[in-house]
Ligand binder design. Structure first.
Ligand SMILES: Nc1ncnc2c1ncn2[C@@H]1O[C@H](COP(=O)(O)OP(=O)(O)O)[C@@H](O)[C@H]1O
Ligand SMILES: CC(C)(COP(=O)(O)O)[C@@H](O)C(=O)NCCC(=O)O
Length: 325
């Protein structure tokens, strides 16, 4: 009797994880069949993205990832052709869309640019473009009029409807789709410039908000659609908040010594602060904006991603989780 009860015991929730989990060593083996070793020129090019990026990290983490993404994108292209056969429709080029999510300062931009460079090397999708969702922030004057200047990065600071319209147009195979551009130097949307997306094979969309499913405030009724509905694959880059804060402060310090010295920079007014004063100021931004946003709106989206990269304090990826269900 006791035995039967034991056998029927419901396993803990962790037994139902929809993810497969890999150490970096296990993950590294999965590139064994990747037929594209890096050339000297490509190694140089990748270090141009970030000089602190080690080639060991590219070989161990990002080459297997590019192999996985290549397999997924190829399978998706075939599935798309199948749908066209069923619909008796002419082939139209539709990009495979990869989202890269995670906190401010976790390395989304660096990760996206590495993925972009590595994916461009595969024969079946040489044209890989990258957009960042900060282009869909409302301009400062709009944020100011809504009382949201101190909420930059929070869901309400983005024109999500415009972001979804952009993704809809790209996924519809439209030829020239425009994206507004955000400047970290001006700390604002650039009024007269935009990026044009011209039917890439793969589009990478990087942003803190791409997996969010909060209520869309401008819709009164009807079914909800989300940014993630347009993504074919998503990566969440994760790290402890302690490391995130330290990377944010390091980046702020580098910017204080470089970009903030430029009188055109929004933060130029803080260039004359002492190092300690500047760090105090940056800590305040983290506490009141980026850290709060991480806990309230970004971290809760982690387990919606197809793949999770967990970073250690030196930016090396120490654990990888891939969705199996
Ligand atoms: N793989 C990496 N190796 C070393 N440093 C990195 C790596 N990824 C990011 N960094 C550093 O971490 C900081 C944040 O990276 P960034 O890509 O700008 O983050 P995000 O786009 O998420 O705000 C930068 O100073 C960057 O140089
Ligand atoms: C524009 C952002 C919301 C976007 O973050 P990102 O995608 O660059 O990680 C962020 O960089 C930002 O400006 N946050 C507001 C507070 C600050 O760090 O200045």
């Amino acid at each position: 009797m006791k035995e039967t009860l034991m056998n029927n015991t419901i396993p803990p929730l962790s037994a139902f994880s929809p993810y497969l989990s890999f150490t970096r060593e296990e993950w590294a083996h999965l590139r064994d069949d990747a037929p594209l070793p890096l050339t000297e020129a490509e190694i140089k090019n990748l270090q141009g993205i970030n000089e602190r990026l080690s080639i060991e990290e590219v070989n161990t983490i990002y080459l297997p990832l590019s192999r996985l993404l290549n397999l997924y994108a190829t399978a998706s292209q075939k599935l798309h052709q199948t749908t066209n056969v069923f619909l008796n429709k002419q082939e139209k080029k539709v990009p495979y869309i990869i989202g890269v999510a995670g906190s401010v300062a976790v390395g989304k931009s660096t990760t996206s640019r590495i993925i972009q460079a590595l994916l461009s090397r595969w024969d079946n999708h040489p044209k890989v473009e990258l957009v960042t969702t900060d282009g869909f922030l409302y301009p400062n004057h709009v944020l100011e009029s809504k009382g949201l200047l101190q909420r930059k990065g929070f869901p309400e600071s983005y024109n999500i409807r415009r972001l979804m319209k952009f993704l809809y147009n790209v996924k519809s195979g439209n030829p020239n789709v425009e994206v507004p551009l955000y400047s970290h130097l001006a700390y604002d949307i650039l009024p007269d410039v935009c990026q044009t997306i011209q039917q890439p094979d793969i589009l990478i969309v990087e942003g803190i908000n791409i997996l969010q499913t909060g209520k869309q405030t401008d819709e009164t009724s009807g079914p909800q659609i989300f940014v993630s509905d347009f993504l074919d694959f998503s990566v969440y880059v994760d790290a402890s908040e302690q490391d995130l804060l330290s990377w944010y402060l390091q980046r702020f310090e580098i910017l204080r010594e470089t970009a903030f010295q430029n009188p055109a920079s929004y933060f130029h007014r803080y260039a004359s602060l002492s190092k300690e004063e500047a760090l105090q100021f940056a800590r305040g931004i983290w506490k009141d904006i980026n850290g709060m946003n991480l806990r309230e709106n970004i971290l809760p989206t982690k387990y919606r991603a197809t793949l999770i990269l967990e970073k250690a304090s030196d930016h090396s990826v120490e654990k990888i989780q891939l969705r199996k269900i």
